[in-house]
Design a protein around this ligand. Sequence first.
Ligand code: NAD
Ligand code: TDX
Length: 331
Amino acid sequence: MKVLVTGGAGFIGTNFVLRTRATRPDWQITVLDALTYAGSRENLSPVADQIEFVRGNVADADLVDRLVADADAVVHFAAESHNDNSLDDPWPFMESNIIGTYRLLEAVRRHHVRLHHISTDEVYGDLELDDPSRFTEQTPVNPSSPYSASKASADLLVRAWIRSFGIEATLSNCSNNYGPYQHVEKFIPRQITGILQGVKPKLYGAGANVRDWIHVDDHNDAVVTILEKGRLGETYLIGADGEMNNRQIVALLLELMGKPADWFDLVPDRPGHDMRYAIDSSKLRAETGWTPKYQDIRAGLTQTIEWYRANEAWWTRDKERTEQAYQRLGR
Ligand code: NAD
Ligand code: TDX
């Protein structure tokens, strides 16, 4: 199978390409990535001679048409992905996430190519802390930030192209990922790399917001499962029952990295900050048999901390610029 992976040089895409080279060696992989600040071609150097790499924009209609025409399936990870950036400058999110997805949809429609669209639980808005419910495939979209609104827009386009044009597509909405190769702007790597540099973790607001954490390998295994066993036209929620509040995550990182439990700062909150995400992934589990392998976040975080410790050169180049940007935002 010839698979076009968009955004394959970013956090989840890199892990997807490295992992599927090992688990699906018969797949021929082409990566399309614009190499924004969030993507790095070096991430793919272990498999550089086994894949094709194209630097380009998913919003470039001609390029996307050419690459899709040559593929059997597309896995669409490419997106601007950071909420804080979307609050600072929404436009790149509109172009990459909405127009980029539209260009892909038109290309898969023309060439009858299978598409799997990667999305996020953030499209469903947020839940209260004391609400026992979780998001399901029936939850109405209700996004809060320019980022999540752009992802919800893309999801709605995919659903419309399925219904109106009969394209062969599936969608998945996953909860918060952690693991190797995640950009230092994101919560967990920001705190791990800060602690490694002797800087206290920074919690937004009171640190009470809850996220539903999943290891990136479990997300990517679910994506492969949906490609191989998912029903066309369907949406699947991906989650590993990993709800924790941000204070609890920081407490675990401090313990695992040998720092006192009170060694953190509270900083001004993110505007519009979603309170809680929680995923009910029983549809995916019942239909495909997928289950997460990382049942224990302690083990997953230990592996992630070790990766950042061992790969300092990978993250130091982005760390200073990222922290300068946070300083401008007061966070
Ligand atoms: P990331 O920011 O680490 O990587 C995004 C990649 O896409 C980068 O390599 C970047 O260069 C590339 N890219 C951005 N705009 C592009 C464009 N216009 N054309 C081509 N390439 C472009 O993001 P990530 O965390 O790996 O997220 C990947 C996907 O997974 C996104 O669609 C995101 O919405 C979704 N997702 C992420 C999470 C999470 O916790 N990180 C959870 C659920 C869903
Ligand atoms: O320094 C910080 N301190 C802090 O308390 C940062 C960077 C974040 N936070 C909080 C905000 C959130 O409650 O931690 C939580 C996680 O923040 P992010 O890593 O920015 O993730 P989030 O906003 O939840 O979105 C993530 O999950 C869904 C990804 O970035 C998205 O791409 C994905 O769609």
